[in-house]
Design a protein around this ligand. Structure first.
Ligand SMILES: Cc1cc2nc3c(=O)[nH]c(=O)nc-3n(C[C@H](O)[C@H](O)[C@H](O)COP(=O)(O)O)c2cc1C
Length: 261
């Protein structure tokens, strides 16, 4: 799948987690366009599928043990589903899931990564999981009803991403302003990736033609997923910075973006 670099770069910059939703329906045109996109996205990794449900997310949320905060009102949601034993399935869930959230953001829809241990018996929506599948995360989809003026988003606009660690702290050996422009652009956008409780488990190791994502702490399933999100952001930023290349999962660290010569 060809990444729409400019659109997703802008989406990554403007995306914030939204928890309160209006009952408003998404237009048929937008839904069709999004469903078509998901069909394409679902081709990239056999280990991950992302499904759109035209159901109120509140029917599913009680089944997510360990989720936090309250998400209300969203009339649609997406489910990010992994093959439990699939290669790098959690990293790929993060990468593909974030692609789905950025595309939604670009279509003017609000989102919020939401994850917890799924207890099927407590859900009022049948996700039709196969025995070898597990629900990795969901996101509501719709129109935010949060009061813009008083919301965190307004503050975040005044103080862009004050809530993230500095690149000096995230890069091994500190940030070097002499790194090539594409690297600095990649790191800038990877830094603002979303993570559970905003814990930002990714650490970046910069080499001459690649950036490696390492995991701080035990690489649990969710930390690996979050590093997968950061890997997509790295790729978007690197390509926006003018280089070609691709993400590789595994190897040193959780994965890396490597520039092609
Ligand atoms: C894997 C994952 C799980 C998350 N789970 C929840 C959750 O259960 N409840 C919630 O309100 N937000 C959840 N979030 C959203 C984070 O709290 C949010 O991304 C982070 O605080 C950064 O804020 P931002 O998304 O507005 O940039 C989750 C994010 C990720 C990536």
């Amino acid at each position: 799948m060809q990444i729409p670099v400019k659109r997703w770069y802008e989406a990554a910059e403007k995306r914030y987690s939204r928890k309160k939703y209006q009952k408003k329906e998404i237009s048929k045109f937008t839904l069709r366009s999004y469903e078509k996109f998901l069909e394409e996205l679902n081709q990239i990794f056999p280990e991950v599928r992302i499904e759109l449900f035209k159901e109120d997310i509140s029917k599913l949320l009680p089944a997510l043990e360990g989720k936090y905060g309250s998400i209300t009102g969203a009339p649609y949601f997406i489910a990010i589903i992994v093959e439990k034993e699939g290669d790098y399935c959690w990293e790929k869930a993060g990468y593909a899931g974030e692609a789905a959230l950025l595309e939604a953001t670009d279509l003017g829809l609000a989102t919020c990564w939401t994850a917890g241990r799924y207890k099927e018996e407590k859900s009022k929506v049948d996700l039709e999981l196969e025995p070898d599948e597990r629900l990795a995360a969901v996101s509501p989809l719709g129109f935010s009803s949060e009061n813009y003026l008083f919301s965190q988003n307004f503050i975040s606009k005044l103080f862009p991403r004050h809530d993230r660690k500095s690149l000096d702290d995230l890069c091994e050996g500190g940030f070097d302003s002499d790194w090539p422009g594409w690297m600095k652009n990649a790191l800038k956008i990877a830094r603002i990736a979303p993570s559970r409780l905003n814990r930002q488990p990714w650490r970046f190791k910069v080499e001459s033609d690649r950036i490696i994502v390492e995991c701080k702490g035990t690489p649990t399933a969710y930390r690996r997923l979050e590093c997968g999100i950061a890997l997509l952001h790295l790729e978007i930023g690197a390509k926006d910075g003018g280089v070609n290349g691709k993400v590789e999962f595994g190897g040193e660290g959780i994965g890396s973006f490597k520039k092609e010569h």
